[in-house]
Design a protein around this ligand. Structure first.
Ligand SMILES: NC(=O)c1ccc[n+]([C@@H]2O[C@H](COP(=O)([O-])OP(=O)(O)OC[C@H]3O[C@@H](n4cnc5c(N)ncnc54)[C@H](OP(=O)(O)O)[C@@H]3O)[C@@H](O)[C@H]2O)c1
Length: 261
């Protein structure tokens, strides 16, 4: 029985994935709703999974093995709420990313909000090496490449389409500019699915509003990265909720932004 128990705030049963999968997905979607109205600069939710000893990857070098049924259900619910999935090219290459597909469970909810049936995808890359595999450019919603002036822009425009290539920086992608450009195209509910390099950069640039973190019940040792690497950030967060489900803990953490002077 995969019962999901809300620990914070207050205790309540969220649902039962084994006996009532669809109502449980809907209950998760309610719990993880984006703020309304969504800020015009966009709201960036990161969704990551970590082992108990802090690794973002399993023994096979990717994160797939860390996620069980509960993590997969949360992943689906978060995609079902989002306008656009933002991901680093390293994750696309390592995990063989596909364009997100429409999930009928969330169709009514998306229609009511004027969202496309499936979230769009945006791949962040400096060098421009985005493998044209797994139908990544053939989804029902657009796939963007967010890159730098250094990349082979003509090749990327051929691959993704002229309007789907966003140049946001000379050497590195400036994520604030990139997210503003995506929000300006109507993608305000952003879901950053990693990897650790992209999340580290987004945190350092103050462009993460919340972190949804699954603690996978395993310790793997080794030299896997943490969920955020690279520049230092010093971000603090407070829990919006914690859910216990079997052996997994799910946390939704709101980043405490320091107001500008
Ligand atoms: N635990 C989790 O939740 C989770 C989630 C996702 C991925 N992962 C794992 O993480 C590993 C991949 O790690 P990663 O850190 O390499 O992934 P990543 O952050 O997805 O990819 C890094 C790449 O993204 C591009 N990039 C990121 N920030 C950039 C910026 N500011 N400007 C320009 N380009 C930028 C660069 O692409 P180019 O190299 O193309 O220039 C960079 O090499 C895989 O093993 C994957 O399974 C774990």
């Amino acid at each position: 029985m995969t019962v999901l128990q809300l620990l914070l705030p207050g205790r309540a049963e969220v649902g039962n994935l084994t006996t009532d999968p669809e109502p449980t997905l809907q209950a998760l979607a309610d719990l993880y709703a984006y703020p309304e109205p969504v800020p015009s600069r966009g709201w960036v939710r990161a969704n990551m999974v970590s082992t108990l000893d802090g690794s973002a990857t399993g023994p096979d070098g990717v994160s797939g093995a860390l996620g069980g049924a509960v993590d997969k259900a949360t992943f689906k619910a978060l995609r079902g709420l989002s306008d656009l999935v933002l991901v680093g090219a390293g994750t696309v290459r390592a995990e063989g990313y596909h364009a997100p597909s429409a999930d009928p469970v969330f169709a009514d909810r998306r229609r009511a909000r004027g969202q496309r049936p499936a979230p769009a995808l945006a791949v962040v890359t400096r060098g421009g090496h985005v493998p044209n595999e797994n139908g990544i450019f053939d989804g029902s919603s657009p796939t963007y490449v967010v890159t730098t002036a250094q990349a082979d822009l003509a090749k990327l425009r051929d691959l993704a389409g002229k309007d789907q290539v966003i140049v946001a920086g000379d050497e590195d992608v400036d994520l604030d500019d990139a997210i503003r450009a995506l929000a300006g195209r109507g993608f305000r509910r952003l879901l950053l699915e990693g990897g650790p390099t992209l999340l580290g950069q987004a945190l350092a640039q103050g462009r993460v509003d919340e972190l949804c973190l699954t603690w996978a019940p395993m310790l793997v040792g080794g030299t896997g990265p943490r969920i955020a690497i690279g520049p230092e950030s010093g971000v603090t967060a407070r829990p919006a909720h914690l859910i216990a489900a079997e052996d997994v803990l799910l946390g939704r953490w709101l980043v405490q932004h320091i107001p500008n002077d």
